[in-house]
Design a protein around this ligand. Structure first.
Ligand code: SF4
Length: 207
């Protein structure tokens, strides 16, 4: 297995590994291009996306560092820059004043919303495949992501729907919280299930 050595790149697994490498290069390119257009750095773009799409319990410098896979001091500098641009603010947590939470300002929310189409080019490429191929690709990529997560290379933040702690319609008569999270032991409103959560676990994962 030496997929980056052309002599060893004949196997399907080697070719797929290289294809995934190229997809990451394309994503980096899209990030850099959008960052230039928005007068941001690529890390600042990733930070805004993370703060816009993830559960607020992950909105600390440490949570952000995990979410965008950067070292803590680098992430802290990213937050400093976003604060200077009035896109993010640091606020002491209401439940524990020693914890500093990050919050998007109104400007930050508006800027984040403009970034939601960042992966459109990638999605268009996927949509050009027949639906049966898309389903196979989806299952295969989810298995690869789960493997990389177990190996510790990525930290998964996902929405509730495929989480082992999610109980859909556990409280069918409660319109404010029809679902339930057994991790937090709390009801979940429908809109709460759309945030990426740092406590997400695939059913097969073990801590
Ligand atoms: S742990 Fe997070 S992702 Fe899982 S059900 Fe609870 S809130 Fe949802």
């Amino acid at each position: 297995m030496k997929a980056l050595n052309p002599r060893y790149r004949q196997s399907p697994s080697g070719q797929i590994a290289v294809a995934l490498y190229r997809v990451t290069q394309a994503v980096q390119h899209l990030l850099r291009r959008r960052a230039e257009q928005e007068d941001l750095s690529a890390a600042q773009v990733q930070a805004l996306i993370f703060l816009n799409t993830s559960r607020s319990s992950a909105h600390t410098v440490g949570g952000l560092a995990k979410g965008i896979a950067l070292a803590y001091p680098t992430t802290s500098a990213v937050v400093d820059a976003l604060e200077r641009k009035e896109l993010v603010e640091r606020r002491p947590s209401e439940s524990d004043r020693r914890t500093i939470n990050l919050r998007l300002t109104q400007r930050g929310k508006e800027k984040s919303a403009t970034l939601e189409d960042l992966l459109d080019e990638i999605e268009q490429a996927v949509q050009s495949l027949p639906s049966t191929e898309q389903q196979v690709l989806q299952r295969a990529l989810q298995a690869i992501v789960a493997h990389l997560n177990r190996a510790g290379y990525i930290h998964l933040h996902e929405m509730c729907w495929h989480c082992q702690f999610f109980r859909r319609n556990a409280h069918p008569n409660d319109p404010r919280g029809p679902h339930h999270c057994t991790f937090m032991d709390a009801p979940l409103a429908e809109e709460d299930t759309f945030f990426d959560c740092p406590d997400f676990q695939l059913p097969s994962e073990r801590r």
